[in-house]
Write a protein that binds this ligand. Structure first.
Ligand SMILES: Nc1ncnc2c1ncn2[C@@H]1O[C@H](COP(=O)(O)OP(=O)(O)O)[C@@H](O)[C@H]1O
Ligand SMILES: [Mg+2]
Length: 253
């Protein structure tokens, strides 16, 4: 039996548009489980980013609750939320948002120093290990502008996990990458998950979706489909793609 790490109940989000309320999330009930690589798929504009922001406290839901560690983040103060996001969550985005005048290594360790969960020496030790494991150790003194998009995203992932987050949130992390870089970034996320990192990713990229252990489908403001997958293996990628495509077809993807 898996532990639920995040529990959303009746989660709704609407935006005011030309004086009218547009409902993007309509009473979503959802549990995210520890150890899972959960992926939420959906068409462009279906509300995936909105969902990720509401679940991670980056944006406030309009109604409903999101329980994390016994607390409802929907009613937390900005200060409490900021502390929680910083201490327990990690974030990666389509755009890497690295600090342009800091080296790759500095981008990662500064995040660790600011967090204060680990001593500066511990931060550097963990950063060194991450850079080696991620394969960007040889370019760690480069500026973001001097490396490829895939290398920037791998650095952004190192920064997101330097403080050992309980849950890593990812919004279309492969959206700006070519095929080779996409594979590298997905391999890295798969490896982190195999080492126990809980991940919640939203994407409309099938290559990213096949990495999931649990796939959810968002449409018309709610989760309308779910697929549980066996542990990911490179050798079985083709049959996995077939399985995911069949599932998506059944949902009129
Ligand atoms: N801050 C906002 N204000 C108004 N409408 C928004 C805002 N953010 C998103 N939306 C709208 O909500 C819908 C879902 O957006 P989004 O969550 O970004 O979709 P996805 O990530 O699946 O492409 C879109 O129609 C978008 O225009
Ligand atoms: Mg989006």
């Amino acid at each position: 039996m898996k532990n639920s790490i995040l529990t959303a109940r009746s989660l709704s989000k609407s935006f005011a548009h030309n004086g009218e309320q547009v409902h993007i999330l309509s009473g979503v009930d959802l549990d995210i489980y520890e150890g899972d690589f959960t992926v939420i798929m959906g068409a462009s504009g279906s509300g995936k980013s909105t969902m990720l922001y509401a679940l991670s406290g980056m944006d406030k839901a309009t109604a409903g609750s999101v329980i994390y560690d016994g607390k409802n983040i929907v009613i937390m103060s900005e200060k409490e939320l900021a502390r929680l996001r910083y201490s327990d969550f990690g974030f990666i985005f389509q755009q890497m948002h690295l600090v342009s005048n800091l080296s790759l290594y500095e981008n990662v360790v500064v995040s660790g120093y600011l967090n204060k969960k680990q001593s500066p020496a511990e931060v550097r030790e963990r950063a060194d290990a991450l850079f080696k494991r991620i394969g960007i150790d040889h370019i760690k003194t480069h500026l973001p502008s001097q490396v490829s998009g895939g290398e920037q995203q791998r650095c952004a992932i190192a920064r997101a996990v330097i403080n050992q987050p309980k849950l890593l949130f990812a919004d279309e992390p492969t959206g700006a990458l070519n095929r080779k870089n996409t594979t590298e970034v997905l391999d890295l996320l798969t490896g982190l998950n195999q080492n126990g990192q809980s991940i919640l990713m939203v994407t409309h990229d099938i290559r990213a979706a096949v990495r999931a252990s649990r796939l959810l489908y968002l449409s018309d403001g709610n989760i309308i489909g779910e697929l549980t997958l066996s542990p990911y293996e490179h050798s079985a990628e083709k049959s996995r793609e077939t399985q995911v495509n069949a599932w998506l077809s059944s949902l009129e993807w």
